[in-house]
Design a protein around this ligand. Sequence first.
Ligand code: ADP
Length: 454
Amino acid sequence: MFNKILIANRGEIALRILRACRTMGVGAVVAYSEADRDSLAAQLADEAICIGPADARRSYLSAPAIISAAIVTGCDAIHPGYGFLSEDPGFAEVVRAHGLTFIGPPAEVLERFASKEATRRLLGDHGLPTIPGSGMLRDEAHALEEAERIGYPVLLKPSAGGGGKGMRLVRNPRELEAGFKVSGSEAKAGFGDGSLYLEKYLEDNRHVEVQVAIDRFGNAIHMGERDCSVQRRHQKLIEETPSPALTDAARWELADRAVKAVAEAGYENLGTLEFLVDAKGDAYFIEINCRVQVEHPITEMVTGIDMLALQIRIAAGEPLGMTQADVQARGHAIEFRILAEDPAKDFRPQAGQVGAFIAPGGPGVRMDSHLYPGYEVPNDYDSLLGKLSIWAPTRSEAIARADAALRELLVDGVTTNIELHRAILANQVFIDGKVTTNLLDRVGSAPFVAASNR
Ligand code: ADP
């Protein structure tokens, strides 16, 4: 096991990693930028080190800053959390070259799964159905040709993408001509790689993802699936497990196929395979995330597995220590992303100082948040303030507990989406378990916000 881990991330995930280290008896150092000097993780840690200015390119995205911080503090491993450098094969390689361990898949595994377009083909070859689409697009003419073959509407997708950035729905050749360059430059600016591919656009889809864990000896398990269909702008807002979109038999079958395919393709460490499920209930693989996911707590709540501890153990070269038969899922869990953004103003990000902060409690209630009264929410990073996760024996009980918890949750001083969550919970489409990923983008948040103000 490691002696000391450098936590090269911020916000709630830095705290979550710190908690895992503590329970495992492993030392931890929190690496923070100047904007996060007063962060809860930095305050709670036994050791913390500044790695640069607020600008992430010079702190959380700077390999030299992170690696030197790990070396001077005597760490033997680096946990990148999610986002930032967590899926960067070059970074994983540099970490290894300095005699440190990257907590995530080995560099060559990250490299193999780095391109979404190539991963589609790879896992397609290993038996996972994919949505009809193109290979990497050479130029606009090639894009037009491929879109014609696939049939409109199509989605332009950055191959190095994430967070829904640069993705563009195009319904005809004119829109494709107009969007091709814009998507390419958005992808280039956002991910340093402008390459694009096309996928047939599935109109009413649900997002279902399978959680896997694979050790370096090839032992592989899945931990069931999560439904992340409540989204805005292709970004997740609410996640739940089990998915109301699939029968028990269908979701375990999907999870079995997913873990088998990705293990055969040589994956290692924690990973999430994302699928879109169409109206007929057929699931198509869209991408893999080679890291811990924001929404991992709901899987922890139903399985009782500490996924961060598991991830750290796998990276340390230990065997999984469990088989598929040991993974049992109990009850229903729902996670709400508490975001500093204004649903009434087009989800615009908000900053400011937190006044009062009250985290809810009670049976089956878990709050992962780095907030405290007086905390200054910086506007340099993403808008995630925390995650409220709820467990109950059944979905309807989980919804009731969730509403009670959301009523207790108080974040003063910063505009948040808490009321939007309550309105979605009260919406019949959500109650019926029938939300598709386009719901909020189609109807807008206005009806939800209005309902919640009544
Ligand atoms: P990112 O890596 O940017 O998160 P994904 O490929 O994971 O992008 O897709 C994010 C979301 O975008 C999905 O959950 C879904 O809402 C939507 N999406 C992606 N591909 C398609 C598709 N082919 N048709 C319809 N919606 C899609």
